[in-house]
Each structure stands twice: as C-alpha cells, then as structure tokens.
Design a protein around this ligand. Structure first.
Ligand code: ZN
Length: 686
C-alpha cells in the first residue's frame, strides 16, 4: 500500500493518516544548500521537481555501492511498466522519441510545442493514459501533423518494429493515440461493464472478465491460511482456446528486462550489509528466476523482518492498483536508506511517551497506566523506479499479503526527502500570500512551518493514536462511521495541544516558545478554509482526515467567538483566519481533546455523531466558491513528478570501486531520453 500526495497546496495536503515527515531544518550537508533547484519543469497539469538525497555522501563505501547496484536494478524495469500499462505504449514512446531526437524541421511552431508537451505527459504517466485520472491523454496536435513529422525523419533513425515501414507502424498506433473511442481508459471500473475487456492495461488480452475470474477462482482454496497472491506476476491470454498465464520471469514474459534486473541484484547481493539482507536479495533473485509466488512470499517475509539494515529497497511486482480486478501488480522499485536524524526525533518522542500521557488534559480515568510509543522509520529515497517514478508516494506500507502482515508484521516508512522537496517547491508559489492574514503569519510559516508540521505528524503518529484507553466494556466499533474522523481528531488534538508545551523546547524538539504558532495558524487556515480547494462545488466533506480538520478548526472558532480567540475576518471581499490569542487557542484544543477522549472512552455515539455532523461535514457554499476562485487564480500544477539524481561508480586503474558520486544536474527531458537509451531492452510489443 502506498500513500500518495497528488496536490500540494499547503503543508497539510497528505491525505493518509501519516502525513509524511520532512527533515525539519532541511538537509544541510552534501552540498545541498539554498541554491538547490527543486523545480525542474512545468507542462500541462504537471510540475516536475528534484529531490535531494541528504546523507548519501556520509554512507560507507559498501553502502553506496549497494545503493548503486540496487538503483541500476530499479531503473531496468522501466519498460516493463510501460508495457503493462498498454501494449502499444513502447511503440508510441519510441516513435515519439525518434521524432523528438531526429526531426530537422521547424521546432518553433505551436504544433511542435504541443508534440513536446505530449511526449512529456506520456513520460510522466509511463504511457498514454494519465497517471491519476486513468483517461487517455489526447494530443493537442492533429493526426496529420504527427504523420508529417514521423515521415519527416530518416526511417533509418526510427524504431519501427520488425522492419515495419512507417505506414504500417502508423496505422497501428494512430487510432490508439488519436481516436478518443479506442482504449479510452487505462483502467475501467464502471459497474456493469466487462472491466477486463474495456480496460487498456496489458494484463489481459483476448479474455473476458468472466473467464479470468473463473480461472483464478479455480486456484483458490478458501481454507488456506497462508494463500499465495494468485495472478500477481502474469498476463492472462488464450492459447488454442484455453485461458493461460504468461508469467513475468526469467525466460518468460519480460525476460530481457528481468535478466538485467537479476544481473544488478547479483552484484548487490555481493555487497549486502549483512547476511539477512543478502538472503533477502537472493530470495528475490530466486523469485525472478522461477516466477514462483511461494518464493515471493518467502522473500516478503525475509524483507519485512530485516529491520537492522541501513539500506533498504523495493523491487518487483508489488502494487495492484492498476488492475481492474486487483490481481496483477505493476512493476515498481525504490532504493532508500534510513534517515538517522529524523528517526532521532521520533525516538525522543517515544522515549517520553509516558510523560505525555500523564500530562494530557484528559480525565485520569481515560489515561493509560503504561503507554508504549511507536517509532516509525523515516527514510531517504535514493532512486525511484517503475511505478514510483516520476509520480511518487510519500509513504509506503508493505507487504500487501494479509497473512504476512498478520504473522510477520509490516514495514511502514515515510519518505523524508520527497516530502521535503514538495515543501521547498511550494515556497513562493503564492499560496501563503493569497491565503494568510499578514506577513507575521507568513514569516512564522517560513521559519517554523516544516519543523512544526513534522512534529505534529510525529506526535500524531507516535503518541496520539496510542494514547488513552476505553473504559471496560466499551467496544471499539461503537462509534461506527464516526469512529474514524473522531480518532483522527483525537490524534491531531493530542499533537496540537503538546506542540505548545514548554516540554518540547526542553527536549530540544523545538527551538523556542514561538514556533508552535506556525502550526496553529496553518492548521486552522487549512481546516476552516483552504482544504476546501479539494472539494468539488456542491459536495460535502467526506474524507476522514478532512472532516477531522474541519471539525477542530470550526469548533475552536465557535467556542472562542466571545473572547475573539480565533476568527474568520473579511477584507476586500476575501476571507482570512486571524488568531488573536494563541495561548487561549491551546486551552481550547485541550478542552476539545478531553471531550473527544471522553466520547471515545465511554463510547458516546450520540455526542460523537453530533460533533462530526455539526462541525466536520457541511461546506459553506459562499466561502467555498471564494476559496476555489482564489486557488484557481494561483495556477498551481495539481500533479507533481520527480527526476532522479545520477549516480556514478568511481574506480581505480585496477577496476576496484573507490567511490560512488551523486549529482543533481540532469533535467527531465534528458533523463527520460537517457533512460530510454540505457534501460530499454524489451521488444516493442509483448
Ligand atoms: Zn492518524
């Protein structure tokens, strides 16, 4: 499972429970200074960013070498993903790239610029369908223009398949590219349709939904306590009228790319940090060789129990979001290492868990006598590949097999440097200028925003959810659908309340007693106003985290009205949040925390429902319209992608590796074209 952020409008965007943790003060080493360029490219609805890899240069040579080999393995699977998304993707991409690199005609025309944008879009989506909406990306240039530029290039420089002529290749790909009725959606989930036959993914060919379902139904044993992930690593087709699987393995489908991946994994195994990690890599190689799903489970168990290694990675057929039936996994990879600095922060919080519990403003009857802090692992991504590139998650929780999670646990990580890059890139995008009340709030946000946002997340995750207890006899599901937003409310309030506590300065987690104000202001601004940018006109607030943020913000505005603690103020037709009394605001958070804890501990359904329905659901249509219009005027790209850093092996004259360097100077177009040259060994159609 992955947590993804698709639209970064402020610091509070991340939809999932874990909001992601950034390096608070920012990565200062490794030459990543204030001149680091986070923004790389902008086109259509996309902005491409660059992420820093702080700490890489301080790793041992062995760890760097390990990362290098794993990163090569992470890039080799790129074309697998392209082909999985649609069987014409590789042909279309290579034809477009052939034109892009070799066309000698007019490159200043609008048509050419639209063609360039299209190529950038399909790179971003790893295919011709939008990475998020699943809809086919429609070219903003004509078919005639496309034919003219394809034919305008020396055919010897074009990647036409099997010596096919331009006309033959074009007749195959033109309808796929230009006809809106052909393969309109990568994944179709419309009820009533044959979702297998109407989805453009290349997981199935020539088979119906019914046929696929019975094929896999026959494999399953409902009493199996540890079932295999049937169908995870194969395409389903028909041979001689029989439904059959083409397995993605060495010697099977995608053989050429998998051979390369295995080659790099073998090198990685030789420089593993320890025996456990070496076994992880070896089991993965076995799985790629055999395609045996039992091997995949063995590998997953070994992987999830490796908690000692500094370097870690994902490589393989993992997530099933893009299969309409949820069986087939797209190929993805990521290499990362534990961020010691950020993990220190969560350690301090965990170590003091009992102090926080004892001093919480809730009724003593609801406090835990013995509380155990949970320390989450914070990681630094070193390379993104396959389905994590260019669009990338900010957190990952694996493995997906339920029985492995049950019997062996799961690894949950948040990706520090990606979130940090999002934050840095959002600086100066005009958002705070548009929505914050004055320079005072903007200064607070600039100086303390990332740090207090992180701390809020840490307190929420490591302590908030684990704090408090139910009274005897109260069942955990008594709050029903209100349970989830109320639980998030409780964890958020715990974090908000403690952010202003002198204890945090004492523990060295905050620099001074002003810092918390940055989070207080941003939180209310988001909860009462700016999160509405993610709601369609006329709709109510549905998502649990959004309900919780609205609930808290609107409750404190109402309860603090008489004393003008925090209010919504109008100026020149625009609405702003104004906080007049931060200390009083903290005590309101404490008051609400005590009440929400009471509701949970006593299982008071009626009071819980009333809170959520009164403060967490409804949208003021006039304010909503205003906020949407103001957001629209900022012209921000709703989707972000990333380019990777470039790693190079340094060897001495005997070929011995002496160092691995990292650089950040490659732009989006150059990187995509290089990947297409360097990591592209699959045939055009698979
Ligand atoms: Zn949560």
């Amino acid at each position: 499972m992955k947590k993804t952020v698709y639209m970064l409008t402020s610091l509070f965007i991340l939809g999932a429970c874990t909001q992601g943790k950034q390096a608070g003060s920012g990565p200062a080493d490794d030459g990543i200074d204030s001149a680091f360029e986070y923004k790389v490219d902008r086109f259509a609805d996309i902005e491409i960013l660059r992420y820093p890899v702080p700490g890489f240069n301080s790793l041992s040579l062995q760890q760097k070498e390990l990362i290098y080999y794993l990163s090569q393995a992470a890039l080799e699977g790129r074309d697998i993903l392209w082909d999985q998304h649609n069987r014409y993707n590789l042909t279309i991409r290579r034809v477009c790239e052939g034109v892009y690199e070799n066309y000698m005609g007019d490159k200043s025309s609008d048509d050419w610029k639209q063609f360039e944008t299209y190529l950038k879009q399909i790179w971003m989506a790893n295919g011709i369908h939008h990475h998020y909406s699943e809809d086919k990306i429609m070219p903003q240039f004509t078919q005639e223009y496309f034919v003219s530029i394809v034919k305008g290039v020396d055919p010897g420089r074009m990647p036409f398949r099997d010596g096919m002529a331009a006309d033959e290749t074009l007749s195959e790909i033109l309808p796929v590219m230009f006809d809106p009725a052909v393969m309109p959606r990568r994944m179709n989930q419309a009820s009533g349709a044959d979702i297998v036959a109407t989805s453009a993914v290349n997981f199935y060919e020539g088979v119906t939904q019914q046929e696929v379902e019975s094929f896999y139904h026959a494999m399953k044993n409902p009493t199996d306590e540890t079932p295999l992930s049937y169908g995870l690593n194969s395409k389903v087709t028909k041979v001689d009228g029989q439904v059959t699987e083409q397995v993605w393995k060495l010697g099977g489908m995608y053989d050429k790319a998998i051979e390369r991946i295995v080659g790099w994994l073998e090198k990685a195994a030789a420089v593993a940090e320890n025996d456990h990690q070496k076994e992880v890599i070896t089991l993965l190689i076995d799985y790629y060789r055999s395609g045996d799903l039992k091997r995949f489970d063995d590998y997953s168990v070994k992987w999830v129990t490796d908690t000692a290694s500094r370097v870690d990675f994902i490589n393989g057929f993992i997530e099933t979001y893009t299969d309409p039936l949820g069986l087939k996994a797209t190929w993805e990879a990521m290499v990362n290492f534990k961020s010691e600095e950020a993990s220190k922060r969560t350690q301090i919080i965990s170590d003091n868990a009992q102090w926080f519990e004892n001093h919480s403003p809730i009724d003593d009857r609801f406090k835990k006598e013995k509380v155990k802090g949970v320390s989450a692992k914070v990681i630094t991504a070193a390379i993104l590949g396959g389905d994590t590139y260019p669009a990338t998650p900010i957190g990952i929780n694996l493995p997906n097999a339920d029985w492995i999670r049950r019997d062996h646990g799961s690894k949950s990580v948040t990706i520090d440097n990606i979130t940090y890059a999002y934050t840095k890139a959002a600086e100066g995008n005009g958002f705070n200028e548009e929505f914050m009340w004055s320079d005072t709030e903007r200064e607070l946000a600039k100086q303390y925003g990332p740090l207090t946002d992180n701390l809020h997340t840490d307190l929420h995750e490591c302590l908030g959810h684990g704090s408090g207890k139910l009274l005897p006899g109260v069942s955990s599901d008594v709050l029903q659908a209100y349970g989830s937003p109320l639980e998030e409310t409780r964890a958020d309030l715990f974090a908000l309340y403690y952010l202003a506590d002198p204890k945090l300065v004492e523990l060295g987690l905050l620099p001074d007693s002003e810092a918390y104000k940055a989070e207080y202001y941003s939180y209310i601004m988001n909860g009462a106003m700016t999160q509405l940018t993610r709601i369609q006109p006329g709709k109510e607030i549905e998502q649990a985290h959004m309900r919780n943020r609205a609930l808290i913000s609107r409750w404190v505005i109402e309860k603090g009205r008489d004393e003008k603690v925090v209010e919504l103020t109008q100026q020149e037709g625009k609405t702003y949040v104004v906080v007049n009394n931060y200390e009083k605001l903290r005590s309101l958070f404490g008051e609400l925390l005590a009440e929400v804890q009471r509701i949970k501990s006593e299982g008071d359904f009626a009071a819980g429902k009333l809170l959520v329905e009164t403060y967490g659901v409804k949208v003021d249509p006039i304010l909503h319209e205003e906020v949407l219009a103001r957001y629209e005027s900022l012209n921000l790209a709703p989707y972000k992608g990333f380019v990777n850093p470039v790693y190079k092996l340094v060897t001495d004259d005997k070929g011995k590796v002496t160092d691995v360097t990292i650089s950040y100077d490659e732009n989006y177009v150059d990187q995509q074209l290089r990947y297409s040259r360097q990591y592209s060994v699959l045939p055009l159609k698979n």
